[in-house]
Design a protein around this ligand. Structure first.
Ligand code: FEH
Ligand code: ZN
Ligand code: ZN
Length: 344
């Protein structure tokens, strides 16, 4: 079968032919319908060999939807032909975190060698993929696969971040979304659906700011050195109660720390490598800074329910398998508006 692989450190991903996978006991074989392209892959492919937490070559794609093609021995609950979304942060299923559905924070994944698809296990940018347990499948329930696949990460990750800050996202407060790409443009829609806050979007191109307004941002501000001052002016000097940084680069993280309100939240999601020192006087009093990872299994169901209710429309750019390398090139060049989706 065809698969998009990252084959050597620093090499561009390429479409190769690999053996058709067979499901082992407890596993599920999916025929992939669609796979999302995430900017985190760009970050991962820039890491030096000693930083890579998995061997190469790797089939990319940690956002996947498909139809059940075959069930491994012992698998129940699904049937061949079922349309499903893949819950990506695979965990052991039984530790203290997994037992709560928080497989994104599995305490045993590393020791057990469990890695997400596209981030260690063979990913979704392939004609078929193996899902390690039916526990990591969520029925699509009639959703369009191309619309649903970005929600498995570009929806789930911002949803998790917003839920963490919901108590602070009171009507009339301000939430800032830094970076209105794959995750950011979905975050804006989730904030509008889940809260009555004022949403301020920041990005570096007019095209991205136009998309932010189109999907519901109340304000769209150029993400530059003056951004924090602009947010403080918009908020009468008090700053934003919640700042979601989907870029995570040093300039945006520093700016986030300068625009957050007293008692506010700075949530650093992007893998840009930035860090925000926290200490007396370094950030506003009682401001909290955190860096979450993906989301829980229950939250994926909730995000898909929101999409089914019409609360989210992902702006998708579709590519065939053979054009998947171009999708990554365009993403790296900042030319993707919304989310690139591969149709294997
Ligand atoms: C991917 C690789 C490493 C860290 C985080 C991610 C996210 O894109 C997954 O949501
Ligand atoms: Zn991702
Ligand atoms: Zn676990």
């Amino acid at each position: 079968m065809k698969a998009l692989q990252y084959r050597a450190v620093g090499a561009a991903p390429e479409v190769v032919t690999v053996a058709d996978p067979e499901p082992g006991p407890g596993e599920v074989l999916l025929k992939v319908t669609a796979a999302g392209v995430c900017h985190s892959d760009i970050a991962v492919m820039s890491w030096p060999a000693e930083q890579l937490p998995f061997p190469l070559p790797l089939t990319l794609g940690h956002e996947g939807v498909g139809t059940v093609a075959a069930l491994g021995d012992g698998v129940t609950g699904f049937a061949v032909g079922d349309a499903v979304a893949v819950y990506g942060p695979w965990g052991c299923g039984s530790c203290h975190m997994c037992a709560q559905g928080k497989e994104n924070y599995c305490l045993r994944a590393a020791e057990l060698g469990i890695r997400p698809p596209g981030l260690g296990a063979p990913g979704a940018i392939a004609e078929h993929m193996i899902v390690d347990s039916p526990r990591h499948l969520v029925p699509l329930g009639g959703l369009d696969p191309v619309q649903a696949v970005p929600l498995t990460d570009a929806g789930l990750t911002p949803y998790h971040s917003i839920k963490m800050s919901l108590p602070k996202l009171l009507p009339g407060t301000t939430a800032v979304v830094i970076g209105t790409g794959g995750l950011g443009h979905v975050a804006i829609q989730l904030l509008r659906a889940m809260t009555a806050v004022r949403v301020v979007a920041l990005d570096v191109t007019q095209e991205k700011l136009d998309l932010a307004r189109a999907v519901g941002a109340h304000e769209a501000v150029l993400s530059d050195a003056a951004a924090a001052a602009a947010v403080r002016e918009l908020t009468g000097g008090q700053g934003a109660e919640v700042v979601l940084d989907f870029v995570g680069a040093q300039p945006t993280v520093t700016s986030a720390g300068a625009m957050v309100a007293v008692e506010g939240d700075v949530t650093i999601v992007g893998l840009g490598g930035g860090a925000l020192p926290v200490g007396f006087g370094a950030v506003p009093y009682e401001a909290r800074v955190c860096s979450p990872y993906w989301g829980t299994r229950a939250e994926l169901v909730e995000v898909l329910d929101l999409a089914r209710a019409g609360a989210v429309e992902v702006h998708v750019e579709k590519y065939g398998m053979d054009d998947a390398p171009e999708a990554y090139e365009r993403l790296h060049a900042g030319k993707i508006n919304g989310r690139a989706v591969i149709l294997p």
